[in-house]
Design a protein around this ligand. Structure first.
Ligand SMILES: NC(=O)c1ccc[n+]([C@@H]2O[C@H](COP(=O)([O-])OP(=O)(O)OC[C@H]3O[C@@H](n4cnc5c(N)ncnc54)[C@H](O)[C@@H]3O)[C@@H](O)[C@H]2O)c1
Length: 348
């Protein structure tokens, strides 16, 4: 499979001009800040806009169906183009919608969050959440290309910047240690580097049969935490859940794979920073409920959760089984960190 195509603004504008039917899928926040600007930059004439409420709760089959109904109503044919303008929710959902509609129409991703620029918009994994579990229904289908434009980040709330940084740190752990030692304020400098890391890994293993699984570092427990808190009044962002999940993966790596405790200790202040805008609290009593979500994790083999762990920074190992007792201990340890973070926040 080809590597991801990264468009320049003029390449995207030229591409859009070649389609007779163009649909822009976005959410209310992005539309408020950027939709008129984007249409102006792209010389969009006669495009149809589909604007959703913001948030993970929109990443469902119900929303996909509503979009398909709109596409049918506007008589979109197989030669239409769908432009996914937004964060990871929009690119996951829009990619899924486009890849199923009339057995597949072209789509492009225009990520507007840091997390989508460095991760979600790249790689062709599309899908929706189902019955409370993350990304259960979906497709592999590559966008024609991705336009990364850091200007969109001017309006991104700081909490969402931290969320994107968590995925950037993931690349630090699995591939490029430099990303663990960078200045947090200078993040735009590293966006393309992270996007290229993801694109290279995906090109090697587009359907996640092997090497691509390293991208799930921090995501096994991360997805369970994200799902657990989704219905609470203090949901975690995807990156916050991954920030906790990476701590657990490092802790397990020290126990099972000989990772140096120093790596874990170095990460702790970084995790504090990544989670400094979150008010979710992991409690020891939640351990069973959180672990329950692991039963539906897509990375499971023979019904058992599998983890990406580290031997060293830059040396991930995939498919690691972890005994349930150790997993429970990891969640209990995480609950202690979470309580400490809450105390730190209250003192500020
Ligand atoms: N497919 C993949 O490979 C992959 C990888 C990582 C994450 N994901 C998925 O991505 C999703 C998370 O993505 P996300 O963090 O981008 O969340 P998101 O799409 O919900 O965006 C976060 C918030 O930021 C707002 N927003 C977006 N752009 C903005 C801007 N420029 N200015 C102001 N506000 C803006 C949105 O309206 C939303 O409220 C999750 O569903 C996760 O599962 C997918």
């Amino acid at each position: 499979m080809m590597k991801t195509t990264f468009f320049s603004s003029s390449e995207l504008r030229d591409l859009i001009a070649r389609y007779s039917q163009v649909f822009i899928l976005t959410d209310e926040e992005v539309a408020r800040f950027w939709l008129p600007e984007f249409c102006h930059w792209m010389d969009c004439n006669g495009t149809q806009e589909i604007v959703l409420r913001s948030g993970e709760e929109m990443k469902t089959l119900k929303t996909a169906q509503m979009i398909w109904e709109k596409l049918l109503k506007y008589q979109a044919d197989r030669h239409a183009l769908l432009v996914n303008l937004g964060g990871g929710v929009i690119s996951d959902l829009g990619g899924f919608v486009a890849s199923c509609y009339k057995r597949g129409v072209d789509f492009v991703n225009v990520p507007t969050t840091l997390l989508a620029m460095v991760d979600a918009a790249i790689g062709g994994k599309n899908g929706v959440d189902f019955q409370g579990y993350k990304n259960q229904i979906g497709t592999f289908a590559m966008p024609l290309g991705v336009w990364i434009c850091p200007t969109f980040l001017k309006t991104l709330p700081l909490r969402e910047v931290h969320s994107g940084w968590a995925e950037m740190m993931k690349y630090g752990f699995i591939k490029d240690e430099e990303l663990l030692n960078t200045n947090n304020d200078n993040y735009t400098h590293y966006i393309q580097q992270c996007a290229e890391i993801k694109s290279d890994i995906v090109a090697e293993d587009p359907y996640e049969k092997g090497p691509r699984k390293v991208l799930n570092f921090g995501h096994t427990l991360g997805h369970a935490l994200e799902a657990h808190f989704a219905d609470s009044n203090v949901p975690l962002t995807h990156g916050e859940a991954v920030a906790y999940g990476m701590w657990a993966a490092l802790w397990l790596s020290c126990r099972q794979c000989g990772l140096s405790e120093e790596v874990l200790a170095d990460y702790e202040p970084k995790m504090e920073w990544l989670l400094s805008k979150s008010s979710s609290l992991i409690e020891e009593a939640d351990a069973d409920a959180i672990i329950h979500y692991l039963s539906q994790d897509k990375k499971n083999e023979s019904g058992e959760p599998r983890f990406v762990l580290l031997e060293e920074v830059g040396k991930p190992i995939i498919g690691q089984a972890v005994p349930m007792s150790l997993l429970k201990e990891a969640v209990r340890e995480l609950a202690l960190r979470s309580a400490r973070l809450a105390t730190l926040r209250d003192q500020q």
